[in-house]
Design a protein around this ligand. Structure first.
Ligand SMILES: Nc1ncnc2c1ncn2[C@@H]1O[C@H](COP(=O)(O)OP(=O)(O)O)[C@@H](O)[C@H]1O
Ligand SMILES: [Mg+2]
Length: 391
């Protein structure tokens, strides 16, 4: 059979793996790429390529060799100039090379959202030295959140509550920077009531929204998420309006994870990913079409007629706590026996563990979001990484 489409997936983690499954169900041929072999998405893809996606020459060679219909980034750390070159040559980058470029730099997407579109954000300044950070802090005040403009998963990010800690925050950010840009964003700390991800789909038949996803972060990484997050109608309408404006400004087809802080009825735009979002793993159990199905449909130009939500659901992550190659996973039976309307687990099959590395996720549905959260956390706690002798 001639495939529906040929997809080059850049990044092969757990989000990529679920996306490959969704794309394969629609008849696509998928080449999964990452910097290490046997990555989660490679386990289910048609072909795999192992190289650093920050190596522009290697990336260009792989695109040229496979001639994909769609280039689908799954991660931020990609030589995005190469994506722009290939887009100019007629290849389709999802959702667009510009979206990939703008969102890999916190300053670029913040300037678009706050300055060009006028969305409400926390007060912010940029700094390229410890001294400039002091000036920024004097203007914004404490508490202050300092983040490298190029970083993800909380790397190099810290909250400064006392100006005496500012130099340490600079040093920590400088050590956590990715790429060659020595620049941080200093943001006023938002004392939010809760934070959400609004999965927003830009498809051939318009812009669609999933029910808002609440989540809890620790050390810059998500620990649990639930859907729907309880929000007032006014707050949800404000978030949807902002999400629509920012995805329309970025253009292209695909799903976007748009992050907001909410305090009362005030909705503050934080950041977004032009791809499935880790907190959106809850959709593996909460919706008829998961965020991965929706991404695949949007990319392929298919319609999205409805968004069936099955009711309160939650996800909770399963983390490793050390470096190991020799390990196994146990406790799945106990996890699946946790009482709830529905419980499931996904084990990512990553070849090695690291401290805090996400190895799996537990999913649950229940009568209300609190019960679903409790069940997902309980199930995640049942799953144990058992380390072998060689660790
Ligand atoms: N200005 C802020 N005020 C309060 N909390 C923040 C702020 N910025 C980030 N955070 C917290 O840190 C988490 C990670 O920050 P984020 O900007 O989303 O970085 P990343 O790209 O690593 O996800 C957020 O989900 C939120 O919990
Ligand atoms: Mg984030």
């Amino acid at each position: 059979m001639t495939p529906t489409a040929k997809i080059l997936l850049l990044g092969s983690g757990e989000l990529g793996r679920e996306f490959v499954i969704s794309a394969k169900r629609l008849g696509c041929h998928v080449i999964a790429c990452d910097s290490y072999p046997a990555a989660p998405a490679m386990q289910v893809a048609d072909e795999a390529e192992v190289f650093s996606m920050l190596d522009g020459d290697a990336l260009g060679r792989v695109i040229a060799r496979h001639q994909p219909d769609f280039i689908v980034p799954e991660i931020e750390a990609i030589r995005t100039e190469v994506l722009a070159d290939y887009e100019a040559k007629g290849f389709t980058v999802v959702p667009s090379a510009r979206a990939a470029q703008l969102t890999m730099n916190r300053d670029a997407i913040r300037d678009l959202a706050a300055r060009a579109l006028g969305l409400t954000t926390s007060p912010y300044r940029y700094a390229e030295s410890a001294e400039e950070l002091r000036t920024a802090a004097a203007a914004i005040g404490v508490p202050l959140v300092v983040k490298p403009v190029m970083s993800s998963s909380g790397k190099g990010q810290s909250t400064v509550r006392d100006l005496a800690d500012l130099d340490a925050a600079w040093d920590y950010a400088a050590a956590g920077m990715r790429g060659d840009r020595v620049r941080v964003i200093a943001e006023g700390f938002v004392d939010f009531d809760y934070e959400i991800t609004l999965l927003t789909i830009r498809a051939q038949d318009g812009v669609h929204f999933c029910a808002p996803i609440g989540h809890r972060q620790e050390r810059g990484d998500y620990r649990e998420s639930w859907q729907p997050a309880a929000m007032t109608g006014a707050a949800l309408a404000a978030a949807q309006d902002m999400a629509r404006r920012v995805v329309d400004a970025l253009g292209g087809h695909g799903i976007f994870g748009v992050e907001f802080f909410v305090k009362g009825d005030a909705v503050i735009f934080s950041e977004l990913s032009p791809r499935p979002h880790d907190t959106g793993m809850v959709t593996l159990t909460s919706q008829a079409l998961t965020q991965f199905d929706l991404h695949a449909r949007a990319i392929l130009g298919l319609p999205i007629p409805g968004m069936t939500q099955f009711g309160p659901a939650a996800s909770a992550v399963i983390l490793a706590d050390r470096d190991a190659e020799d390990f196994s996973v146990s406790g799945i039976a106990e996890a699946l026996a946790v009482p709830a309307d529905h419980v499931d687990v996904r084990i990512f099959g990553k070849p090695v563990t690291r401290p805090y590395r996400r190895m799996g996720v537990a999913l649950a549905r229940a009568a209300d979001a609190e019960s679903a959260r409790a069940a997902a956390i309980n199930a995640a706690g049942c799953v144990r990484i058992v380390y072998g002798d060689k660790t």
